[in-house]
Design a binder for this molecule. Structure first.
Ligand SMILES: *Cc1c(COP(=O)(O)O)cnc(C)c1O
Length: 414
């Protein structure tokens, strides 16, 4: 008998209080676990995919026919969105943190000529790509975008809507307007904002492509479906140039979602194998989003983020983010430099907060699908105890009172 057979894998439940993945909704887990075994051409699987596509258009606020899910996570959807970027294409990328930095790397890999890629395969320097570096902790403004696009006149411009690395909201209106003014096709990493912020992508006509993820604002499981949406202009351009991928080709992948020759059809045709579990889970996540309502959910995030922000500020932390699903903070001076130690001790106890992934080291606390008084109180209390354990002077009852007042005021206002 092989001695390489391990015991069944047990993974404990943790409180996912980071930038993502968020807390998969129990309704999603229930649909995932109760889907029958079925192949990817079984009628209910195909019907589920069509229904997902229609619900996703509603969630994203779009009439783009090419709106569907890409199997995988955020990078899968982004890889599909960047597939139309061809070697030598002129691109301007705005980077203000970890994720837009990786978007920039992806774009350099796609836009590099064969020689440029060979010269540095894992980090190519593509002459046709201009990287506009905005410091960590700052937002990309409309003025920054306008200045860069008028100077470089690229074919594509790339920005993260919400940069999760630094917790900053970038100026999507300014970006879209500048793209329109200069005839540029905008590409947006909306991995962190979709399902959290109240916005309709059709209100931003300068943006030709959008990509998000399953497991942040949409509250589905990772490795199900990353939402994407493309305008007709993007698809026309792709028809002209082609792209160097079968699986992540937006025109080909769309067929399985019942989108053929730019039209909705009754039934998808084979592109790749899909999973009934993934389709059921994604379907339920979209139903939850629409039942809650994109607008109401955005309000609930803002309200709960304010509660968390005020609590950590009362503990002496300094918040530098402005996203509503995530608080990025510096510890009080007495604990400065011990961010990683604090995060690690919390994580060791199943309290899944995060550090920043690039310099400077900060603490990130997220509230994805944790929009209740109980959940926020638990996060605040666990964080306060962790700070206290490291020697900080934190008045926990006073902070809990302040939280209770925040929630009572809201109830009184209703
Ligand atoms: C999380 C995130 C990603 C990466 O998504 P994965 O799901 O880990 O592949 C990309 N961009 C942004 C802005 C993100 O927040």
């Amino acid at each position: 008998m092989s001695n390489m057979i391990f015991a069944p894998l047990e993974i404990p439940h943790t409180l996912a209080a980071g930038p993502g993945p968020g807390n998969t909704d129990p309704r999603v887990l229930e649909r995932f676990a109760s889907a029958g075994t079925a192949d990817h051409m079984q009628p209910d699987v195909l019907r589920g995919m069509i229904e997902c596509k229609l619900m996703l258009r509603e969630v994203m606020g779009t009439s783009n026919v090419h709106t569907f899910g890409v199997a995988g996570t955020g990078w899968s959807g982004l890889d599909m969105m960047f597939s139309a970027v061809m070697p030598g294409d002129k691109v301007v990328v705005f980077a203000n943190g970890t994720f837009s930095g990786i978007d920039g790397l992806t774009v350099r890999m796609k836009a590099a000529t064969a020689d440029e890629l060979r010269a540095n395969p894992l980090d190519p320097d593509a002459a046709s790509v201009t990287l506009i570096d905005v410091p960590h902790g700052q937002s990309v403004s409309g003025e920054i975008v306008e200045a860069a696009l008028s100077e470089h006149k690229p074919k594509w411009a790339v920005m993260a809507h919400w940069e999760t690395g630094s917790g900053r909201v970038n100026d999507i209106r300014g970006f879209s307007d500048a793209c329109e003014r200069h005839g540029v096709m905008g590409l947006i990493d909306a991995v962190s904002s979709l399902g959290v912020e109240d916005f309709r992508i059709d209100d931003f006509p300068g943006v030709a492509g959008w990509a998000s993820c399953p497991q942040k604002g949409i509250c589905c499981l990772p490795l199900t479906y990353a939402p994407v949406s493309f305008t007709d202009r993007y698809i026309e351009e792709l028809r002209k140039t082609g792209c160097r991928t079968f699986v992540h080709n937006p025109i080909l992948e769309a067929r399985h979602w019942g989108i053929v020759d730019g039209q909705d059809v009754d039934k998808g045709t084979y592109h790749r194998t899909h999973s009934p579990y993934a389709v059921s889970a994604f379907h339920e996540a979209l139903r939850i989003t629409l039942q809650h309502g994109v607008r109401q959910r955005a309000r609930d995030y803002a309200f709960h983020e304010t509660a968390l922000r005020e609590a950590v500020t009362a503990m002496g932390c300094k918040v530098t983010s402005n996203m509503t699903s995530l608080v990025v903070l510096n510890l009080p001076d007495s604990l400065a430099g011990r961010e990683m130690e604090l995060v690690q001790s919390c994580r060791a106890q199943g309290f899944g907060i995060w550090p920043t992934l690039s310099e400077p080291v900060q603490v990130r606390i997220g509230i994805l699908n944790l929009l209740t008084q109980e959940a926020i109180t638990e996060i605040v209390t666990r964080f306060a105890h962790a700070m206290q354990d490291m020697g900080a002077d934190v008045d926990i009852p006073a902070i809990q009172d302040q939280l209770t007042r925040h929630f009572d005021t809201a109830i009184a206002a209703e």
